[in-house]
Design a protein around this ligand. Sequence first.
Ligand code: ADP
Ligand code: MG
Length: 266
Amino acid sequence: MGRIITIANQKGGVGKTTTAVNLAACLASAGQITLLVDCDPQGNATSGLGVDLEPGDPTLYHVLIDQVAARDAVRATEVEHLHLLGSDVNLFGAEVELAGSAGRERLLAEVLSPLKDDYGYILLDCPPSLGLLTLNALTACDGVLVPLQTEYYALEGLTQLLHTIARVRRTLNPGLRMEGILLTMFDQRNNLSHQVAEDVRGHFKGMVYDTVVPRNVRLSEAPSHGLPVILYDSRCAGAQSYQALAQEVIQGPRGNSGAPQEGRAA
Ligand code: ADP
Ligand code: MG
């Protein structure tokens, strides 16, 4: 039975998509059959894997709205063992079209459930909001991985995210647990980065991955080549950090209780 992990943070630019694409690729290269589901209408995970959707190609929108089977919308990628369920701007419409319908938060869970046995890991890349698409992802998953940019405002908005996670646990997905918190864009030479990392580890004892993703220009270049970083420059620091993260993820969720610690963020 596959493990479904949502990568969420309603802040934009914190490294969600970079983490989704590169963790997925590293899990796949470690031999895990992996599916990446692009739940963001911006489609950055889709383009970042070099997939150029043509009009008429089935996407997550068609799966959620037009009853296309998820399996029929999944495609292979350049990375062996890594499949993609892609998205484009049409997905913006899904949020509107589903607004009034009953059970709208459970739709993604329903459409993914036939695929769970086919994959070791299914990763869900979320948009930068706590809207219906993110709620669907939180409802569909076993655990949530939260990337935090290692900067002064890292914890801003985190209380709201933890409240949302706790609410989804109470109502839609009792099994939802915190997978782990990932520090991203760490700048080794910047004292503030060290201070923020220490603060976050202090706040969320045991829930933060040992692996820290450094600020690394190769990670930002790779998507423009349509490649995960392990295929673009396998030896760079960014590639090594995501390979280490994949090993930590394979070992299982961080944190002993697994319960999101609501209200502990600044
Ligand atoms: P999100 O999905 O949370 O909006 P992205 O993963 O798209 O964030 O990252 C935002 C920007 O920062 C992108 O241009 C990406 O290439 C870049 N980026 C992400 N992680 C790193 C990193 N560790 N080092 C350097 N650039 C990064
Ligand atoms: Mg993104």
